[in-house]
Write a protein that binds this ligand. Structure first.
Ligand code: HEC
Ligand code: HEC
Ligand code: HEC
Ligand code: HEC
Length: 451
C-alpha cells in the first residue's frame, strides 16, 4: 500500500514537472517568425503585425460586433439609454443623458470617441487618453499642456486606436506601462512599477485605462482618485475632500459625480484578485491562432471562450460556469434597477420640495448631498463593465448602500417641507420603516427633525 502511494506520488510529480515545462514553454514569447524588427517609436499595429502576424490577426478580430454568449456584455454598441430610459433622468443636465453606448473592441476606440455626441467644442485632449498609442509621445513633446488642449486641435495627430505600443516595449516585447496617469497614481500610493511581477503586469497593463478617473481641476490632467485606496469609499473620500463635482443635476440641483469604468478597482476587491488571477487570464487566454498557440488578442467577454478562460482552473462544466456568471449578474442587475427606482423617486421628492418656498434650506442641502452619494454608488457599479461579476459581494454592498441613501434623500426632502409646514407630512415620513436605523451618511444633522 505504502509503495503504491509512493509510485503514484512519483508519477504525479513527473506529470506536474512535464506539465510545468510544456506550459512554461508555451507561455514564452515565440521567436518572431520573420527577421523583421519593429522600428523604434513605431505606433502602427500593422507594422508590428509584419513581425507578429498571428497576434495582429487575433487583434483585428476585435472588429467583430456580436452579443455572443453575453447577457449584459458583448460587443454590440447598444444604447444604454434606450435599454433603460430612466438613465436619461439620472443624468439630467449632463451629456451622458444624450448618448451612452455599450463598449466594443479596442480597434473601435477612435471611431467611438470621435463619433459620440458627448464630444463638443469644449471637449479637451484628456479624452484622447485611453484611446490611442499616439498619446504618450504627444505628452512627451507637449508636457502637461497636452491635457487642456482642445480635442479637435490634436485630431490629426491621433492616428491609431489602442494598439501594441500601449502595452508592449517594441524592442523586448515585454509588457510595459505607457500611461502617465497610471504611473502618477502608483507613485501617490508609494508603489514602484518596476517591481511588478509578470503576473501583476498582466493586470496592470489593463489598469492603464479600465479605471475610475477625473480631470485635475487646474490643468485637466487625467488623474486616478487612489490617494486613500482603491475602493468606492476611498475615491468618494477624496472627491469630498477636494469638493469635486462633475455637474449639477438639472432637476435636484445636487452637485453630482460621474463614475467612469472602475473595472480594475472593483476587480481588486474580489476573490480572483485575492488569488492572484490576472485580467489576461480570463480575457486573453491561450488560443490557437494560425499554426501556433498565442495569448488571445481578441479581448472580449470570457463567456465566448469559457473552456480557455475558466476551465484552466475550474473543473465545472461550461454550462454551469456560464449560468454562474449570468445568475450572479442577474442579482446585481435587479438590485441596480431597485436603486434606479429609488433615485428617481428621490429626485422627484427633492424637485417638488425645492418648489416650496418654505422648504428648510439645510435639510434640502442634506437631501441633495444624499442624492449625490446614492447616485455615485449606482454609477460606480453601473459604469463598471462586468455587471458586478468581477466582485459580486462588493457590487451588492455598494448598491445596497445606494438604495438606503436614496431613500434617505427622499425622506429628507419630504421632511424639509413637512417640517416647514409643521404638518403631517413630516411626521408621517419620520415613521417610514427603517429610517431610524439608516446609516449615518448625511453626517451631523442626519437625524430627522420633528416639527
Ligand atoms: C476570473 C475571470 C475574469 C478576470 C480575472 C477579469 N474578468 Fe473581466 N469579465 C469577466 C466576466 C465573466 C465578464 C462578464 C462578461 C459578460 O457579461 O459577457 C467580464 C467583463 C469584462 C468587461 C466587459 C466585457 C463586455 O463584453 O462587455 C471588461 C471591459 C472587463 N471584464 C475588463 C476586465 C479587466 C480590466 C480585468 C482586470 C482588472 C478583468 N476584466 C478581470 C471575467 C474576468
Ligand atoms: C491591452 C494590452 C495589449 C495590447 C494592445 C497588445 N498586447 Fe500583446 N500581450 C499582452 C499581454 C497581457 C500578453 C501576455 C504577456 C505575458 O503573459 O507575459 C501579450 C503577449 C504578447 C506576445 C507574447 C506571446 C504570447 O502570445 O503570449 C506577443 C508577441 C504580443 N503580445 C504581440 C502583440 C502585438 C503584435 C500587438 C499589436 C497588434 C499586441 N501584442 C497588442 C497585452 C497586449
Ligand atoms: C489604452 C487604453 C486601454 C488599455 C491599455 C486596455 N483597454 Fe480595454 N478598452 C479600452 C476602451 C477605450 C474600450 C472601449 C472601446 C470602444 O467601445 O470603442 C475597451 C474595451 C475593452 C473590452 C470590451 C470589448 C468588447 O468587445 O466589448 C474588453 C473586454 C477590454 N477592453 C479588456 C481589456 C483588458 C483585459 C486589458 C488589459 C490586457 C485592456 N482592456 C487594456 C481601453 C483600454
Ligand atoms: C487562473 C485561475 C482561475 C481562472 C482562469 C478562473 N478562476 Fe475562478 N477562481 C479561482 C480561484 C483560485 C478561486 C478562489 C477559490 C476559493 O477561494 O476556494 C476562484 C473562485 C471562483 C468562484 C467562486 C467565487 C466566490 O465568491 O467564492 C467562481 C464562481 C469562479 N471562480 C468562476 C470563474 C469563472 C466563470 C471563470 C472564467 C470567466 C473563472 N472563475 C476563471 C481561479 C480561477
Amino acid at each position: 500500500m505504502h509503495k503504491t502511494w509512493q509510485t503514484i506520488t512519483l508519477i504525479g510529480l513527473i506529470l506536474i514537472t512535464v506539465g510545468v515545462l510544456v506550459f512554461g514553454c508555451a507561455q514564452k514569447a515565440p521567436t518572431p517568425p520573420t527577421s523583421a524588427t519593429i522600428p523604434e517609436g513605431e505606433l502602427d499595429p500593422a507594422v508590428w503585425g509584419k513581425v507578429y502576424p498571428d497576434h495582429y490577426a487575433s487583434y483585428l478580430k476585435q472588429k467583430e460586433q456580436t452579443k455572443g454568449n453575453s447577457k449584459y456584455g458583448g460587443s454590440v454598441p447598444e444604447s444604454h439609454l434606450k435599454e433603460a430610459p430612466i438613465q436619461v433622468k439620472l443624468f439630467a443636465g449632463y451629456p451622458f443623458s444624450e448618448d451612452y453606448n455599450e463598449e466594443r473592441g479596442h480597434v473601435w476606440a477612435l471611431e467611438d470617441v470621435t463619433g459620440t455626441q458627448r464630444v463638443g467644442p469644449k471637449t479637451i485632449s484628456s479624452c484622447w487618453n485611453c484611446k490611442s498609442p499616439n498619446v504618450k509621445p504627444l505628452v512627451d513633446k507637449m508636457g502637461d499642456s497636452f491635457w487642456a488642449t482642445p480635442f479637435a486641435d490634436l485630431k490629426d495627430q491621433i492616428k491609431h486606436p489602442i494598439a501594441c505600443a500601449n502595452c508592449h516595449d517594441a524592442k523586448t516585447m515585454a509588457l510595459t506601462i505607457t500611461s502617465y496617469p497610471l504611473l502618477d497614481a502608483l507613485k501617490t500610493r508609494g508603489i514602484d512599477p518596476s517591481k511588478f511581477s509578470r503576473q501583476e503586469m498582466r493586470t496592470m497593463v489593463c489598469a492603464q485605462c479600465h479605471v475610475e478617473y477625473f480631470f485635475k481641476p487646474d490643468n485637466k490632467k487625467v488623474t486616478f482618485p487612489w490617494k486613500y485606496g482603491l475602493k468606492m469609499d476611498d475615491a468618494e473620500k477624496l472627491y469630498e475632500e477636494i469638493n469635486f463635482k462633475d455637474w449639477d443635476h438639472k432637476e435636484s440641483q445636487a452637485p453630482m459625480l460621474k463614475a467612469q469604468h472602475p473595472d480594475y478597482e472593483l476587480f481588486s476587491t474580489g476573490v480572483h484578485a485575492a488569488n492572484g488571477v490576472a485580467c489576461a487570464d480570463c480575457h486573453m487566454p491561450y488560443v490557437k491562432q494560425g499554426q501556433t498557440k498565442i495569448s488571445s488578442h481578441h479581448l472580449q467577454s470570457p463567456l465566448n471562450h469559457i473552456s480557455q478562460s475558466c476551465q484552466t482552473c475550474h473543473k465545472q462544466s461550461e454550462s454551469y460556469l456560464k449560468d454562474q456568471v449570468i445568475g450572479t449578474q442577474d442579482s446585481v442587475f435587479k438590485t441596480k434597477v431597485a436603486l434606479e427606482t429609488a433615485l428617481s423617486e428621490a429626485i422627484d421628492a427633492i424637485t417638488a420640495a425645492s418648489k416650496n418656498s418654505a422648504a428648510k434650506a439645510d435639510m434640502m442641502n442634506q437631501a441633495r448631498s444624499l442624492h449625490r452619494k446614492a447616485q455615485w454608488r449606482w454609477d460606480y457599479i453601473s459604469a463598471e463593465n462586468s455587471m458586478g461579476w468581477h466582485s459580486p459581494k462588493e457590487a451588492l454592498r455598494v448598491l445596497g448602500e445606494g438604495i438606503d441613501l436614496a431613500r434617505q434623500a427622499q425622506l429628507k426632502a419630504n421632511l424639509a417641507i413637512g417640517a416647514a409646514a409643521g404638518g403631517a407630512a413630516g411626521a408621517d415620513a419620520g415613521k417610514t420603516p427603517g429610517s431610524g436605523t439608516a446609516v449615518d451618511a448625511a453626517g451631523p444633522g442626519a437625524t430627522p427633525k420633528q416639527p
